[in-house]
Design a protein. Sequence first.
Length: 723
Amino acid sequence: MKDEIFLSEQKRLEEVIDLIKQKIIIAKENFTKQEKFKIGFKEGQRGTQFNRQALMSMYATEISNLESVLDNPYFGRFTFKSKEEGKIETIYIGKKAVTLEGGKAVCYDWRSPICSVYYDYNIGPASYDFKGQTFKGDILNKRQIMIKNGTLQKVLEEDVLSDDNILIEYLKENLDARLKSIIATIQKEQNQIIRRPLNSHNIVEGVAGSGKTTVALHRTSYLLYNNERDTKGEDFLIIGPNKYFLDFVSSLLPDLDIKNVSQNTFAEIATSIGGNTRFLSKNATLEKVLQGLLDTSVIKEKSSLNFLHLLEDFLTNYIKNNLQEDITYEGFTLASKDKLQIIYGSVINSNLSYKEKIDIFIKNLIKEIKTREDDLIHDIWLLYRDEFLSLPKDSPRRKEILRVHEEKTKEIKNGCLNTLKEYFSFIKIKPIDLYTKFILSLDDSKYDNLKRETLENIEKRSLSYEDLAPLTLIGYMLNGKGNYKNYQHLIIDEGQDLSLAEYYVLKKIFSEAYFDIFGDINQAIYDYNCITDWSILNDLIFDSKASLLNLNKSYRITTEISDLANKVLSYLGYDETLCVRRSKEDPKIREINKNNEWENYLLEIKDFLDKGYETIAIITKDGKEAKSLANKFQKKGLNINLITEQNTTYKGGLCIVPSYLAKGLEFDAVILANTNENNYQDNPIDLKLLYVAITRAMHSIYVNYNQKLTKSLDEKVLTKKLG
């Protein structure tokens, strides 16, 4: 029976590939026709060129889509019997839809509503939603179809799919191959997050390796596909921890049909809105904290909502205090100070910046001035009339009065614009200058250290990372959103690394947008200014309106690597994580000699290369250690890609990376450097960095140390556990 199923699927695959090839040929022929012929349009007919270009674009897209699925048109199928109509349909599911000339589907796009049942249900009752309706029925059979380079590899029936075995088939692959197979391995809990409604806030807590990043990107792809009338790529903004991570993410976008989506770090948003000033990066700050060179109480205070509320009050008072005099011209009132209250009151849209409110006020006031310009011109003439009439006709002063009145007449006819610009010139203050005024205004003794440290940094023209949120808030309140006006949907990855202050500012800037936040509290390495409780974020920033969701199972790491990582979590007092039960090999914990560590690393690298691993990372605790190790390799004539904060391009292959920059990435194999007791000490930051480093490995890991292993990985206990 199994051979018959395989042969029938093989025959169908051959037919589908032939069909796709024919469709590609036809699409290319049609594309060429648009270039060479007028296809029925008369010479000079209006719209001919536009229509031809539109058709060429359509055929080019069709060619691209068909070529992208030629070697792997689908990955599964299921037979669905509709409860309402009793209709039975066998549906093949793939990366893109393929249809016959009449519109009948050869295979469906995975993002189609009906394909949701493939991910959510096994054989038996099933349902899916489409255009506000729920359609019920039964899945009669279900198959996973593995195709590689156009050749059928394996067909598995549903009784096998009910286990994790089919998923394990994909997880055995190297990283690059896995990334291309993600759509085929989406799990039920992942699918339910991917297909949540467009207009919703979602906070997803996911353990390391649970697929947070891929779920985030697949959700973006799903929303764009199913809401094409309401949203487009330009409406989405992905916020990641660093440019290296974002470049890693960008390699996945084309395969998911995600186009024109923006990607930024919070720091890039901050410097765009809050002013382009030098600052100590988040990870440079972490390095100083690890070295005991920074007072974390100052960082915590600046990252608090209380600090931002004080800043908002200060800024409101700054605006208010500069609007306490009437606007006058030549002694005549153009606008009273009472009327100016509209700028800092609630009459004008509160989502607008003060500059935008002032611009509206000026525009309306100019209109008002122009309606009474004749009276103003006459009133000003009366100021000079008596003197003018008393002077001889040939008096130079008389000519001077006429010249002055003419200038004032022009100013009035121009709505007294220069006068208004001068009055409101206070709004042009730089955010950093207003921030300095704010810091100086803090008179509570509890801010003494904060004041001293911040003012010293301002003097050196290099701020701390935690100053970015306050500066961004000032820039936003003064001048508005800048280039960030039109985003409707934010995807935030490694969301635990942002502080409440950063989320507060983002919610201000993107007040009309919906947020999808993905993170892992276990990886909250910046514990002095990051999220440690999603419910607090939900309550304070989203008014408890966000859905708190979970991805509890790791698909990245092996059982043995999971046991190693859980050792660290247990040491921290955290709950252990679950993983798919698959086995490759035990982690190798090795004591090595510091003097020839690089030789040990070479042997470990060779071992990994011999096993066919393509992405290998040597992970150090910090950047200083990473640079030192890279220099040792370079002196031996080996150039290994060193990942620093300055990196903006993901190259894959072999690299050396500090633990905090490895967060969000994954590698076929990992070598941990210097896991000594004095390097990874008994504190939450060190141990979370170690946890992050361990959970980057998909298949194999070497843990190296000299002298004494970190307590959280006590070798005797570990050996007993893994024994």
